[in-house]
Design a protein around this ligand. Structure first.
Ligand code: SF4
Ligand code: SF4
Length: 367
């Protein structure tokens, strides 16, 4: 497998509606991806409001031989309440994808809470059984918690073959995400690593100008995104780096430098170290736009959209049109100041953001 995978959680959409995937554009993107020798698609039950799996079916499963590509799909443990849910969700996934087997299958977004639930409901036994039945080829989980818990899970579950980790240069040594330490635990247990958020939800594409100049001075021909993807792909146990591509241009760019992948050299690593220092002084919110926090908010606050507008405003030194957009696009949704501080969003945020406090900042800026 080539080291770049197609993350299907940020596909092009129509009418700004996450559930209306622009299949024509996605098809062109997938065709170029496949034509350049890349073969892996990553989807999940919850991506695009449940429409991502069907889109993968339409552009890959129904148009290419089954052995020409591989798929990762995931059991949404955060939506599972009873043991029986495992069966009906898995059956639904095979139906949505129109496949008889799934190449890579993860328990989705394990953290301390979801891990405990997975043990209580027998989710590890469930996926192992599906593997014995030939419906899953490789077992794993995607993960958002501490290296210590990862060590505990991998010790208890040697049957797991792969882990999907948030790994990027900004989170490499961060205390909350701890990409490096999590990667080292996976390496110690000889697990194949799939990488998610190599660009931290786009934060490592929209770098401050100073950091962009650093990169361009060394490799002017390479895009800013390439530095994040290549950083992750340079880790020896990483077998696939997922990029959530939304445009044909992004596919063209990513596949061009990943077609004949070259790991980072020392000069490039030094430039990244300097870029990290610049980024750490950036006043923006480290939201990756995953939307996990949105469905559970009782006040219907558009948390990631509000954070994106806030970031845009910070980067423009207060000169952007973000305040206008904040007023006009929030009609029918809660404002940041409507937050009742229930904490439901923070319990599911994989970035461990202090969303309640950050919304106070957003409200002060825009209201
Ligand atoms: S803490 Fe505020 S933003 Fe978070 S779920 Fe509750 S109301 Fe929504
Ligand atoms: S606030 Fe957290 S959960 Fe919500 S979109 Fe951002 S990163 Fe995801």
């Amino acid at each position: 497998m080539k080291k770049l995978g197609f993350g299907c959680m940020r596909l092009p959409v129509l009418n700004h509606d996450r559930t209306q995937i622009d299949l024509g554009t996605f098809q062109n993107m997938a065709d170029l991806f496949m034509a350049r020798g890349f073969t892996h698609f990553d989807t999940a039950y919850v991506y695009h409001g449940g429409k991502s799996e069907e889109a993968v079916r339409d552009v890959a499963v129904h148009r290419y031989p089954r052995d020409a590509f591989t798929i990762t799909d995931k059991m949404p443990m955060f939506n599972v309440s009873h043991k029986e849910d495992l069966d009906h969700i898995f059956a639904d996934q095979l139906k949505r994808l129109d496949v008889t087997y799934i190449d890579y299958y993860w328990l989705h977004a394990l953290n301390a809470t979801q891990y405990e639930k997975s043990e209580q409901l027998g989710a590890f036994d469930f996926i192992l059984q599906k593997q014995k039945e030939g419906k899953i080829r490789h077992l794993g989980f995607s993960y958002h918690d501490s290296p210590e818990l990862l060590e505990q899970i991998l010790t208890k579950h040697p049957e797991v073959e792969c882990v999907q980790l948030q790994l990027n240069y900004l989170d490499w040594d961060s205390p909350s995400i701890a990409s490096r330490r999590c990667y080292e635990v996976a390496e110690k247990h000889h697990k194949d690593v799939f990488v998610m958020e190599p660009l931290k939800g786009g934060a490592l594409v929209q770098l401050p100008e100073k950091a962009q100049k650093l990169h361009h001075a060394i490799r002017p021909e390479l895009s800013i995104a390439s530095w994040g993807i290549r950083f992750a792909a340079s880790c020896p146990n990483v077998i696939n780096v997922l990029s959530g591509m939304s445009t044909l241009r992004q596919v063209e760019d990513n596949t061009a430098y990943m077609e004949n992948f070259e790991p980072l050299n020392q000069e490039e690593r030094d430039a990244i170290t300097k870029a990290i220092a610049i980024l750490r002084s950036d006043p923006t919110i480290a939201c990756t736009g995953c939307h996990y926090c949105v469905p559970g908010c009782p006040k219907k606050i558009r948390i990631p959209d509000d954070f994106a507008l806030y970031n845009e405003h910070q980067r423009s030194n207060g000169l952007s049109t973000a305040p206008y957009y904040y007023r006009t696009t929030n009609v029918g949704f809660g404002k940041a100041s409507d937050c009742i501080r229930c904490g439901a969003c923070e319990r599911v945020c994989p970035q461990h953001l202090k969303i309640r406090d950050l919304l106070v900042q957003v409200a002060k800026t825009f209201e």
